[in-house]
Design a protein around this ligand. Structure first.
Ligand code: HEM
Length: 382
């Protein structure tokens, strides 16, 4: 997509992406302007397609905070914030390190594997499973659950078999999560669900429906994204042996490597907003009710913000938070994702002397929302 984005950035005004009629925002400064003005650019605009009629019920995800504006968003975010703070993260760190080391120890060395299945998926699935309080035997199902929830809004109206599968997924997930919530209500543990049940803002708690919506959101927002971050990281390491050698020899470079992978291959490629009043953006008059598509993938390659933006540069200064959004909806899981990636890559580098691609093509996620490899054939050298 990157040459196309570069072309969009060279246009003097916003482009309208046909046939959808969305206005595509491609420059860093314009994307930032939209994200800084949530009262003018609302997050609730695209709720319709997330609740198609065939779903036959309300979608807990569509009520989650990522699709809410203030004041509802403010209240929900305040209630869940602490569960992702530094104390919660340092409590999780030893267990995430253990998942990462186990996944690295079980990697097959010396012959081609699908790196996504063999490694990238395992750490995020364990982390999400733990956050949701779900049994480890359910981890293999998470990927399908997340895919099905993601696909709710893009499934064609006549894909009846697919609809039935997605409805089944919602029912299955809801049943498991409701059991977890009920169980933690009876006997609280030292975990996130118990903490969220106990959280109060001015005496007010999360309702069960809000908690359920949040847990659905975590599965969608926290699983695929981190899997893709690890997939992109491995691909960069395989394609650039010089970068591999430097990072392996000097582990203090791992966080910087992760920041540059996030910028160079932003996992979240697009965010949607709906204008609440007439406004002007990049010389275009947008009436109220206009759909605006923020191209994070383009913003992160904007040469006005990142010199030599098309180059992967391990020596680039400072992190850019843009891959995680900006403002009130800034990714709640950003510190967790960064920590997972750091622990997973260190465990991988401890075990592996090189990553080699062969002629088998990489398969990519067919989505305009997220970008990442779904099948990544690689040989991990001892
Ligand atoms: C929001 C990206 C990992 C939980 C967001 C947003 C972005 C993003 C761009 C902003 C959405 C918007 O403004 O509409 C990413 C990337 C990740 C990642 C690139 C990994 C590489 C995670 C993880 C979790 C998580 C691991 C939790 C386990 C959330 C939540 C929100 C969010 C709850 C909604 C925040 C709100 O609406 O206030 N993420 N994310 N994310 N992310 Fe992440």
């Amino acid at each position: 997509p990157y040459p196309f984005f570069a072309e969009l950035r060279r246009q003097p005004t916003l482009a309208q992406v046909d046939p959808l009629g969305f206005w595509a925002v491609s420059r860093y400064a314009d994307v930032l302007h939209v994200l800084k003005n949530p009262q003018l650019f609302s997050s609730t605009g695209h709720r319709g397609p997330a609740e198609p009629e065939w779903l036959g019920r309300s979608n807990p995800f569509a009520d989650s905070m990522v699709m809410q504006d203030p004041p509802q968003h403010t209240r929900l975010r305040a209630l869940v914030n602490r569960a992702f703070g530094p104390t919660a993260l340092s409590r999780m760190e030893p267990r995430i390190r253990a998942y990462a080391e186990q996944a690295a120890a079980e990697l097959t060395l010396g012959r081609p594997v699908d790196f996504v299945e063999a490694f990238a998926l395992r750490v995020p699935a364990s982390v999400i499973g733990e956050l949701l309080g779900l049994d480890a035997s359910l981890h293999p199902r998470f990927k399908r659950w997340a895919d099905d929830i993601n696909n709710t809004s893009s499934t064609p109206p006549d894909a009846h078999e697919w609809h039935a599968q997605i409805r089944g997924t919602y029912a299955e997930m809801e049943q498991y999560l409701k059991e977890v919530i009920a169980e933690r209500r009876r006997s609280p543990r030292e975990d996130m669900v118990s903490e969220l049940l106990a959280a109060r803002i001015e005496g007010e708690a999360l309702t069960d429906a809000e908690l359920l919506g949040f847990l659905f959101l975590l599965l969608v927002a926290g699983l695929e994204t981190t899997i893709h971050l690890l997939g992109h990281s491995a691909l960069v390491l395989a394609e650039r042996p010089d970068v591999f050698a430097r990072v392996r020899a000097d582990r203090s470079l791992v966080p910087r490597f992760i920041e540059e992978v996030l910028r160079y291959e932003p996992v979240a490629q697009t965010l949607m907003r709906l204008t609440t009043a007439e406004t002007e953006l990049c010389g275009v008059r947008l009436p109220a009710g206009s759909h605006v598509m923020l191209l994070l993938g383009s913003a992160c390659r904007d040469e006005a913000q990142f010199p030599n933006s098309e180059r992967f540069d391990l020596d680039r200064e400072g992190p850019s938070n843009m891959p995680f959004g900006h403002g009130i909806h800034f990714c709640l899981g950003a510190p967790l994702a960064r920590m997972e990636a750091r622990l997973a890559l260190n465990a991988l580098l401890d075990r592996c002397g090189g990553l080699v691609r062969d002629a088998t093509p990489v398969q990519w996620h067919a989505s305009i929302v997220v970008r990442g490899p779904t099948v990544l054939p690689l040989t991990v050298l001892p």
